[in-house]
Design a protein around this ligand. Structure first.
Ligand SMILES: Cc1cc2nc3c(=O)[nH]c(=O)nc-3n(C[C@H](O)[C@H](O)[C@H](O)COP(=O)(O)O)c2cc1C
Length: 203
């Protein structure tokens, strides 16, 4: 099959996100100027450079009732955030933190998670997360939108500090399968990494 108009794929649901899969989940903590904490998952997320380590994610609006999602609004005010990585074990807490709640609701509390201090940013990280990336806000790009009700954005962050749970380090290497990174597929589906294999480059 082939389609180019997203309204004409003739399938039950739009298949795009089921194709670009798995997508890792940025579990983004941020804070407003009064110190109210915010936490939300974003699966339009990836690493795009490693010198310096740089990530992108896409907080696409609006939030119910209008305006930017709390994550984006906070980041534009404070110029910082933390990307926490999510494991299979934390899947329910991650899902709870995606609820559309008012800006004054602290999703750490809502999801039963512990804020732990960061080193280079004021925004706390998720203590229970297997790893956390402290980020400085680099820029926000406004992306084209074909839906007048939706605003698409890309946030770029430079990673300025990395926390790793010692339990997932084995013989000087991060054992990725040991922390079962959770990833998003299409529809309501997820996967988690529980095995890896090695392949050497040809040169
Ligand atoms: C696994 C998962 C991935 C998500 N990925 C995105 C995403 O990439 N972009 C987005 O705008 N919303 C995404 N959402 C929805 C947001 O998490 C949700 O709108 C949340 O309430 C935003 O919170 P905030 O307003 O506190 O930033 C995702 C939700 C889940 C459960």
């Amino acid at each position: 099959m082939f389609y180019d108009d997203p309204k004409k794929h003739n399938l039950k649901h739009n298949p795009f996100k089921a194709l670009v899969a798995p997508r890792p989940i940025a579990w983004v903590s941020s804070m407003d100027l009064d110190g109210v904490l915010n936490l939300a998952p974003y699966s339009f997320f990836n690493a795009v450079a490693d010198q310096p380590p740089t990530i992108v994610f896409a907080p696409n609006g609006p939030r119910p009732g209008g305006g930017a999602k709390d994550t984006l609004a906070n980041i534009e005010k404070t110029n910082e955030f933390v990307v926490n990585l999510c494991s299979w074990e934390l899947r329910d807490a991650m899902n709870k933190s995606s609820a559309h709640v008012d800006p004054e609701v602290d999703e750490f509390e809502l999801a039963g998670l512990t804020p732990a201090p960061s080193v280079h940013v004021k925004t706390p990280r998720v203590k229970e997360a297997p790893a956390s990336l402290e980020c400085r806000f680099v820029t926000r790009l406004r992306l084209p939108s074909t839906n007048p009700k939706i605003e698409n954005n890309m946030v770029i962050g430079q990673v300025v500090g990395i926390h790793i749970d010692d339990a997932i380090i084995d013989d000087g290497m991060v054992d990725t399968a040991a922390y079962h990174p959770l990833a998003r597929l299409g529809y309501m589906d997820y996967t988690a990494v529980d095995s890896t294999f090695e392949m050497l480059r040809p040169d």
